[in-house]
Design a protein around this ligand. Structure first.
Ligand code: F6P
Length: 353
C-alpha cells in the first residue's frame, strides 16, 4: 500500500513519535509511506516527501512535527483562493501520488476535514492530537501529559517565589474551552485555587481565599485556564484571526483576574501566562509511549481496511471510533468527574461563590 501521513492544526509534543510509529509499522509490512508537508496545505500545494527509516530516525523525543503543520489550511474553504473549495484539486493530487490511504494526525478541526476527504473517496484514518485533551470519545490525547508537566513545574517554581514574597501568584494555562490542563496541572502543582471554563468563578470567593491565606501567613497559588470566566462575565479573547477555521485565540484572563483581585487583597498579585511553553519541547515518556501506541494502531486500521475511524484511548485500552462521531465536537471536564471531588477534598477552591 502507499500511505500518506499529515499533521494538522497546532503542533503538540508526540507528533513525531506518531509519525515514526506509523512509518515503521507500515515499512515493516512492505508498504510505502509519504509525508505531506504542513497539513492539508501540502495536499493543496503539492508538497510531499518520502518517509523511510532514515527520515524517522531519532525523532521519537523531538517536539513539534518534522512534517510541519498549518491551522488554517482547509481544502473545502481555502484561504489561498478566497475561501474557494479546492478539494477536487486535492483528490487529483492524491490520485497522482497513487495514495491508498491517508493518516491524518490532528484535533477536531483536522478530523472534520479528514471526514469530508474520506467522503470524497480517499480512505482516511485519524489519530487524535492536542495538548487540550478535549477530543470526544478519547480519554487521553498525547501531548496532554507533556503540557501538564510544564504547568506543574511552573507552579512549583512560582510557589517558591510566592512564598518568599508572600504574594498571590496567578498562572494562566492553555486548554481552549476545556479545563483539563488547568485541573491536572493545578493539582500536580499544589494550587490553592483552580479555575476552569466549566465552572464560572466568583472573584469575591477567590479574593476571600487569598485573604484567608494571608491571615494564616501564607501565599496563594492560582491556576486559571485561558477559557475560564467570572460568573456573568465573558471569555477573554486575545485576538481574532479572521481567516482561521478556529478564529478565537483565548488569553489574558489571568491578568484580568489580577486587576480584580489586587484591590481586594493586601498582598501583591502577579500573573504568569504560560502560553506556548506548554506546547513546545520534548514529549514526556508517557506521551512517547501513547503516541507510539496510537501510531501502531493507526497503521493496523489501515492494514485492516477499517477506514473512517480515529484511534482512541478508552480507559487503558487503545481502540477506535468513527471519525464522524468526533468531528466538530469537544470533550469538557464533566461535572461528575472524580478530579473535582479530589481537588475539593484537599481544600482547593474551584472559585464557587
Ligand atoms: O489547541 C491547542 C492550543 O494550544 C490551545 O490550548 C490554545 O488555545 C491554542 O491552541 C493556541 O493556538 P495558536 O498556537 O494558534 O495561538
Amino acid at each position: 500500500m502507499h500511505v500518506a501521513i499529515l499533521t494538522g492544526g497546532g503542533d503538540c509534543p508526540g507528533l513525531n513519535a506518531v509519525i515514526r510509529a506509523v512509518t515503521l509499522a507500515l515499512l515493516q509490512q512492505g508498504d510505502r509511506v509519504t509525508g505531506i508537508e504542513r497539513g492539508f496545505l501540502g495536499l493543496i500545494e503539492r508538497r510531499a516527501r518520502p518517509l523511510d527509516h532514515a527520515a524517522v530516525a531519532g525523532i521519537l523525543a523531538e517536539g513539534g512535527t518534522i512534517l510541519g503543520t498549518h491551522n488554517k489550511a482547509d481544502p473545502f474553504h481555502y484561504f489561498g483562493a478566497a475561501g474557494a473549495d479546492v478539494s477536487a484539486q486535492v483528490m487529483a493530487y492524491a490520485g497522482e501520488l497513487g495514495l491508498d490511504a491517508l493518516v491524518a494526525i490532528g484535533g477536531d478541526g483536522t478530523m472534520s476535514i479528514a471526514h469530508r476527504i474520506g467522503q470524497l473517496g480517499l480512505p482516511v484514518v485519524g489519530v487524535p492530537k492536542t495538548i487540550d485533551n478535549d477530543i470526544a470519545h478519547n480519554d487521553r490525547s498525547f501531548g496532554f501529559d507533556s503540557a501538564v508537566a510544564v504547568v506543574a513545574e511552573a507552579l512549583d517554581r512560582l510557589a517558591t517565589t510566592a512564598r518568599s514574597h508572600g504574594r498571590v501568584m496567578i498562572a494562566e494555562t492553555m486548554g481552549r474551552y476545556a479545563g483539563w490542563i488547568a485541573l491536572e496541572g493545578g493539582l500536580a502543582g499544589g494550587a490553592d485555587v483552580i479555575l476552569l471554563p466549566e465552572q464560572p468563578f466568583s472573584v469575591d470567593a477567590v479574593a476571600a481565599r487569598c485573604r484567608a491565606n494571608e491571615q494564616g501567613g501564607g501565599c496563594t497559588l492560582i491556576c486559571i485556564a485561558e477559557g475560564a470566566a467570572a460568573a456573568g462575565g465573558s471569555l477573554t479573547v486575545q485576538q481574532t484571526i479572521a481567516d482561521s477555521p478556529d478564529p478565537i485565540r483565548l488569553g489574558g484572563v489571568g491578568h484580568w483576574l489580577q486587576q480584580q483581585l489586587q484591590p481586594r487583597v493586601a498582598s501583591e498579585v502577579r500573573t504568569t501566562l504560560l502560553g506556548h511553553v506548554q506546547r513546545g519541547g520534548t514529549p514526556t515518556p508517557f506521551d512517547r509511549v501513547l503516541a507510539t501506541r496510537f501510531g501502531v494502531a493507526a497503521a493496523q486500521l489501515v492494514k485492516e481496511g477499517r477506514f473512517g475511524r480515529m484511534v482512541a484511548l478508552q480507559g487503558s485500552e487503545c481502540t477506535s471510533v468513527p471519525i464522524a462521531d468526533v468531528a466538530g465536537r469537544n470533550r469538557l471536564v464533566p461535572p461528575d468527574h472524580e478530579l473535582w471531588r479530589v481537588a475539593r477534598a484537599v481544600g482547593v477552591s474551584m472559585g464557587e461563590a
